[in-house]
Design a protein around this ligand. Structure first.
Ligand code: CMP
Length: 375
C-alpha cells in the first residue's frame, strides 16, 4: 500500500463559529402564538460562506437574527463565536453584537454622512487609534472599489455603491462573523454578483464566516454550504465545496484512481470529514467495523496486539486508507489505529463502502490489493 502524495497545510480552527442546537422559535402570544422554527440544528465552521435559501416565511431571517443576538433564544441552545448566548448578560450580548458585521437589505446608512464617515462610525465601536481607523476605513472602501467615492453621501451614490458602503462598514472591523440578509436584492444582476464576489474575496482573506439569506440563485456558486429551509425547518444542509474538495483529493489517491468521475462524486458526497486529536484511538482492535477511513492530513500508527507488548507495525500517511479489512471480512478490527498527530480523515460508512466496492471493479481491486498485502 502506498501513500498517494504529500502536501502540507495548516489545520483550520475547528471550533464552529455558530452552533445551533434544537432551536425552535415562536411569534405572538396566547392563542395567536405561532411556531416559526422547529428544532433546527446547524454548525457553521470558520471561513465558511453559508447561503440560506427557502421560500419567504420559511424562517431564514428569524434564524439569522437569532444568530446575530437580535432576538432572544426561546428554545434550544445557540452558541455564537464560542459563547452560549443563554449564559450572557445584556452587556455581553452587546459585545457579541459588536463583533458581528451586519449587512441588511435596507442598508441603514446615515444619509448625512459620507461613505467614509459611515464606515468610521462602525469603527468607533472599537478602540481604534485615530490614524489606524482612517487607514482601515480607506483600505476597505478602496478594496470595494469606492476609493474615489469616499466623500460622497449615500444620496449621491448608486444602489450598488450604497450596498458596497454597507458592506465596507460591516467588514471594517474584521468581524469573525458576518450576517447578511438579501444583500443583493436591490441590485441588478451584474452588481449583485460583483458585490458578493467582493465579499467572498474579503472574507476569505480575513478567514471570516458569512451567513447570507438570499433568494438570489445567481450567487449560489460562492457558497461553501447551502441550507434550504421550508416551514421553519432546515430540510437540507449541503457542503458544496467540501464534496468538490473530497472528490479532488480522491482522484489523486491511488485507491480511487480507477473510479469514474460519476462514482467518485457519489463516494465523495457520502464521505464525512472527521478530525482526531493526537493520541486518539480511531479504531480499536477486536471491535466491530463500521467505517472506512482515508487520511486527508496527518499520520496514524497501526498497532497490533498479539500479547504484550503491543507493537506499532507501521505508519499510514496522507492518501493512505485503513479500516477496510473488517468491512470486507465481517471480522473484528485486526489492529488498533492511533492518531500520531492531529489528523483529518474522510470516512465512509459501511453500507456506502460496500456499495462502492460492488459498483466499481477497479476500486474493489485496489482495496483488495491492500487487503491481501496486509494479511
Ligand atoms: P480493519 O481490520 O478494519 O481495522 C484495522 C485496520 O488496520 C485494518 O482494517 C487495516 O486497514 C489496517 N491494518 C491492519 N493490519 C495491517 C497491516 N499489517 N498493514 C497495514 N495496515 C494494516
Amino acid at each position: 500500500m502506498s501513500s498517494g502524495f504529500k502536501k502540507s497545510s495548516s489545520f483550520p480552527n475547528e471550533m464552529p463559529v455558530v452552533r445551533i442546537n434544537r432551536v425552535s422559535h415562536y411569534f405572538g402570544e396566547g392563542d395567536a402564538r405561532k411556531q416559526v422554527l422547529f428544532e433546527n440544528n446547524l454548525e457553521v465552521m470558520p471561513g465558511e460562506i453559508v447561503i440560506m435559501t427557502g421560500p419567504s416565511g420559511s424562517g431564514k431571517t428569524t434564524l439569522l437574527t437569532l444568530c446575530g443576538c437580535l432576538r432572544t433564544v426561546q428554545e434550544g441552545t445557540l452558541q455564537v463565536i464560542g459563547k452560549d448566548l443563554a449564559d450572557l448578560n445584556a452587556q455581553q450580548l452587546v459585545d457579541i453584537r459588536k463583533s458581528i458585521g451586519f449587512i441588511f437589505q435596507a442598508h441603514n446608512l446615515f444619509a448625512s454622512l459620507t461613505a467614509y464617515q459611515n464606515v468610521c462610525m462602525s469603527l468607533q465601536l472599537h478602540p481604534w487609534e485615530k490614524q489606524a481607523k482612517h487607514d482601515r476605513a480607506m483600505e476597505v472602501l478602496t478594496q470595494l472599489g469606492l476609493g474615489h467615492r469616499v466623500v460622497y453621501k449615500p444620496g449621491s451614490l448608486s444602489g450598488g455603491q450604497r450596498q458596497r458602503v454597507a458592506i465596507a462598514r460591516a467588514l471594517a472591523n474584521r468581524p469573525k462573523l458576518i450576517l447578511a440578509d438579501e444583500p443583493t436584492a436591490a441590485l441588478d444582476a451584474e452588481s449583485g454578483r460583483d458585490v458578493v464576489q467582493l465579499m467572498q474575496k474579503l472574507v476569505k482573506e480575513e478567514q471570516s464566516t458569512i451567513m447570507i439569506v438570499t433568494h438570489d440563485n445567481r450567487i449560489l456558486d460562492v457558497a461553501d454550504r447551502i441550507i434550504n429551509m421550508v416551514d421553519g425547518r432546515i430540510i437540507s444542509n449541503v457542503l458544496v465545496k467540501e464534496s468538490v474538495a473530497i472528490c479532488t483529493f480522491l482522484a489523486r489517491c491511488e485507491a480511487f484512481t480507477g473510479l469514474t468521475p460519476d462514482m467518485l462524486t457519489k463516494v465523495a458526497e457520502k464521505m464525512k470529514r472527521e478530525i482526531f486529536e493526537q493520541g486518539a484511538i480511531i479504531i480499536r482492535q477486536g471491535e466491530e467495523g463500521d467505517k472506512f477511513y482515508l487520511i486527508r492530513r496527518g499520520s496514524v500508527d497501526v498497532i497490533i496486539d498479539e500479547g504484550q507488548p503491543s507493537q506499532v507495525m507501521l505508519v499510514l500517511k496522507e492518501g493512505d486508507f485503513f479500516g477496510e479489512k473488517a468491512l470486507i471480512t465481517g471480522q473484528p478490527r485486526s489492529a488498533t489505529i492511533r492518531a500520531k498527530e492531529r489528523i483529518e480523515c474522510y470516512t465512509l460508512d459501511k453500507v456506502s463502502f460496500q456499495e462502492a466496492i460492488a459498483a466499481s471493479d477497479s476500486f474493489k481491486q485496489q482495496i483488495y490489493k491492500a487487503y491481501f498485502q496486509r494479511q
